[in-house]
Design a protein around this ligand. Structure first.
Ligand code: ADP
Ligand code: ZN
Ligand code: ZN
Length: 816
């Protein structure tokens, strides 16, 4: 009798591999345990056991495993089943799923670099001999490869030794950089208790009779105090009184004022004790309806307008599932949003909440993984971005997918190119768990599913409390330019609205979608626009660094002083992005604090959180940004939202362009007037009569949905057709052209369904690789699984043709 295991390797190879084990190992091993194995001549990997069997492989000699790494399975059988579903649905290898599902610290490879943790205390007596040897080696070098470590300690033991050292926090994997972020503290001011009561005002004025400025500041303080219940920050006081912080300091020195610090989110929650959330009547009704729906259906959509308090409804539902001892997964489109939400949820559920996201260090991610695996009480509710759905859940009872319409739920690169919403629904189904999708602007696909009765639908039509929906005004740009009512890119109406809001101490959000409308440098003599040398795009002008930059590959050059084509010095910049808007704002409102939020200003870790925090703290008056602003952020002091140019979104070449524009504009608008103050939105456009713009203005989701659904039907797009996009890439233009034509023709012959292409995409070359795409549209009545199998067969035969083998083919199922 022979004993074998099927092992998944973290590679993009289509199959699993068979390794030989001893009878004792066979008895011990279970699916979901990791083993260290060799692969090829020199490499070794952490593999995952998928199956145990007695069938010797026919085509190769099975190698022995080096070592068993785990005592108990690290991955559940349910996960393995889910991985298989992902691999087959999204047409990728199970190795690719394995690689992206596990925190990288749990999948070591011979190439992985390890380095010592700085300043960590190592008790050498606590180390095993092998651990000691490795630490010695690492004290000489800053980093070594695991393959090098394997020549120091016994190769069979190297993985377990490294796992041990990792868990003792003595070494780390090199790629990680841990940085901690603490929300900033805000400086507040109050009277020292002795002077608190207002009849002391006379005394105080007496004390300050010779200090006019200090007296004025004090009076301002009393005025503010009378009009608001919330604490008064130093910033607010100095702004309100028009005096400086030196005067505040003088009053602190005289022991009239005292300063204290609080984290801003504490302030905003002072009056709402989350433990006592009382649902409004509408919210309560929605809550009951959702529970009802979920007794019959597995998935329900909560369609609630912005600021209707969907989060509060989620919280009440989570509570019910926790009472039944079930676990909850809460998915968000963007990690950046978690900070706000985690604060809200931990207030309510205390330390039952765990957070999992890719910005966490490896150790933290492994910790959450283990908590979930061991059903720890600390991970009863897991919040995370899309990768959190790969955690080893057991007793999963409820999955929330907030902002379900967000495109970032779809992973683009690398494989698996899964949609987290859809993959989570499948996961929930395996667990018998219920799913709640939430959005103010549901995707057409999801809403369609509610109309067919596949998903339930519950609606919230009103904002919470006294907040009302913002008023939306359109500015006709053609008319405004014609009447010369524009300053730079700002219409007079927008300037007036901003001026008024700022004078009242309110904040402003301005949205400029840079996509497809970036500033370029153009030669006025010959019309030449500098292009990236490696990609088929114009270079974008970045004024601050005085550079031209490619947004696809990062290529940069200094801004030319002469045209590269004709040497003319008559160069001008065209188009506009967030940076230019920021500059214009600085000129229009020189005394205000204006900040920009886009990919360039949020590159650093936590840069996004820092911006959000200081905006919440009201240290920023105007925030200019790209689509990052459209996420479900909750600010209570924003009264004006401006959309500088609605048209660039509308004319983006994609079948979802109108749907996306609707969602984007509605979501950005939704940031205005979320508390008692009424919000106003100003949309600047050349097409005020465009259907989509009208639908946004009238908050007409139904209109948008019906129109888009009709278009999708006529032009054969989702939800009526499933899309599979093939992207072919090669450095050789002719080879690519020929290869993509071959593939297209074979697909065309094989199927009597629409196959489009091979097309040159709008950006047809990136990093010196030419690109062609083929789009396959699969009608609903077709068997999806079989169609994919046929496509895979065709791709295999494509790969078998020697002259095409070097052409890369990326398969994207349900492309977004
Ligand atoms: P949505 O996610 O629907 O846009 P939020 O859940 O962010 O809305 O709620 C908007 C604001 O209203 C938040 O500041 C929230 O704290 C507040 N809010 C909503 N419902 C309640 C409630 N029942 N009690 C107290 N505050 C609430
Ligand atoms: Zn020129
Ligand atoms: Zn480039």
């Amino acid at each position: 009798m022979h004993f074998f295991v099927e092992v998944i390797l973290p590679l993009s190879l289509p199959q699993t591999f068979t390794y030989r084990v001893s009878e004792a190992e066979f008895e011990f091993l279970k699916p979901g345990m990791r083993v260290a194995v060799s692969f090829g001549k020199t490499k070794f990997y952490t593999g995952l056991v998928m199956e145990l069997h007695n069938v010797e492989p026919l085509l190769y000699e099975a190698k022995e495993i080096h070592q068993i790494i785990d005592d108990v399975p690290l991955v559940t059988e349910m996960q393995l089943k889910h991985w298989q579903w992902i691999a087959s649905y999204y047409m990728c290898s199970i190795g690719e799923v394995y690689k992206s599902a596990l925190p990288s610290a749990l999948i070591l490879e011979s190439e992985t670099l390890i380095s010592p943790v700085k300043d960590s205390f190592v008790d050498k007596n606590e180390l095993s001999d092998e651990e000691f040897l490795l630490i010695e080696a690492l004290s000489q070098q800053s980093a070594i490869k695991i393959s090098e470590a394997a020549s120091i300690v016994n190769k069979r033991k190297v993985f377990p030794v490294i796992q041990q050292l990792l868990s003792k926090n003595i070494i780390t994997l090199q790629e990680e950089m841990v940085e901690e972020y603490k929300p900033k503290l805000v400086r507040y001011i109050r009277l020292i208790p002795e002077f608190e009561s207002s009849n002391k005002l006379e005394d105080l004025l007496q004390i300050l009779k010779n200090a006019q400025k200090q007296k004025e500041l004090l009076l301002s303080y009393f005025q503010l105090k009378a009009s608001q219940k919330t604490p008064i920050s130093v910033k607010q006081l100095t702004e309100y009184s028009g005096s400086s912080s030196a005067i505040v300091k003088a009053l602190i020195d005289k022991e009239i004022f005292e300063e204290y610090y609080i984290q801003h989110d504490r302030v905003s929650f002072d009056d709402v004790d989350e433990n006592k959330i009382v649902l409004s009547e509408d919210q309560y009704q929605a809550f009951q309806e959702i529970k009802n729906v979920l007794t019959e259906k597995d998935v329900c959509l909560l369609h609630g307008v912005t600021a209707s308090g969907k989060t509060e409804v989620y919280i009440k539902l989570i509570e019910e599932f926790l009472q039944q001892e079930k676990k909850v997964l809460y998915l968000l489109p963007e990690i950046a949003l978690t900070t706000q939400l985690v604060t809200r949820l931990t207030k309510y559920f205390g330390n039952k909440v765990a957070v999992f996201h890719s910005k966490y260090s490896n150790n933290e991610r492994v910790e959450v993984w283990n908590q979930v695996l061991n059903k720890s009480d600390k991970a009863q509710v897991v919040i995370g971005a899309r990768s959190a759905l790969f955690l080893p859940f057991q007793d999963l009872g409820f999955v929330i997918i907030d902002e379900e319409h967000e495109a970032t739920f779809k992973q683009v690169d690398p494989a698996p190119r899964y949609h987290a919403r859809d993959a989570a629904i499948v996961l929930a189904n395996f667990h018998g768990a219920k799913v709640l999708l939430g959005s103010a602007t549901p995707s057409v696909e999801t809403y369609f599913n509610t109309q067919k009765g596949k998903y339930g639908l519950v609606e919230l039509h009103k904002r919470f409390g006294n907040a009302i929906m913002p008023e939306i005004h359109l500015v006709d740009l053609k008319d405004a330019y014609f009447r010369k009512k524009m300053t730079g890119h700002f219409s007079q109406s927008l300037i007036d609205a901003i001026t008024e809001a700022l004078s009242l101490g309110e904040q402003v959000i301005l949205f400029q979608n840079r996509r497809g409308y970036s500033p370029v440098i153009e030669c006025m003599t010959c019309g030449h626009v500098p292009q990236c040398t490696q990609c088929d795009v114009s270079l974008t002008y970045h004024k601050f660094k005085n550079q031209l930059r490619c947004h696809y590959c990062g290529f940069t050059i200094a801004k030319p002083t002469r045209c590269h084509a004709c040497s003319s010095i008559d160069l001008t910049s065209k188009g506009f992005g967030t940076e230019q808007i920021e500059l214009e704002l600085n000129n229009l409102f020189p005394n205000k604090n204006i900040k920009r939020m886009d990919q360039d200003t949020t590159r650093g870790k936590y840069a996004f959180e820092k911006l959000i925090d200081s905006f919440k703290n009201r240290e920023i008056d105007v925030l200019v940004g790209t689509q990052m602003l459209a996420k479900g952020l909750d600010f209570d002091n924003v009264s004006i939202v401006g959309i500088l140019n609605a048209d660039s979104m509308l004319y983006f070449p994609d079948f979802r362009a109108f749907e996306r524009s609707y969602q984007m504009m509605t979501q950005v608008s939704g940031r205005a007037g979320r508390s008692d103050k009424k919000g106003k939105v100003i949309i600047q456009t050349y097409n005020p009569l465009h259907n989509t713009i009208q639908q946004v203005t009238n908050n007409d989701y139904q209109g948008m949905f019906k129109e888009q659904l009709y278009e999708r039907y006529i032009y054969k797009y989702p939800p009526y057709y499933k899309l599979i996009k093939l992207t072919l890439k090669h450095k050789d233009f002719d080879k690519l052209k020929e290869g993509s034509m071959w593939l297209y023709q074979v697909l065309k012959q094989q199927f009597d369904i629409p196959v489009l292409g091979p097309e040159e995409p709008p950006v047809s070359k990136i990093r010196n690789e030419y690109i062609r795409t083929i789009l396959i549209k699969i009608p609903q009545e077709y068997h999806l699984g079989n169609t994919k199998k046929t496509i895979q067969k065709i791709l295999n035969s494509f790969d078998a043709i020697s002259q095409y083998r070097s052409i890369k083919v990326v398969v994207n199922v349900d492309y977004y």
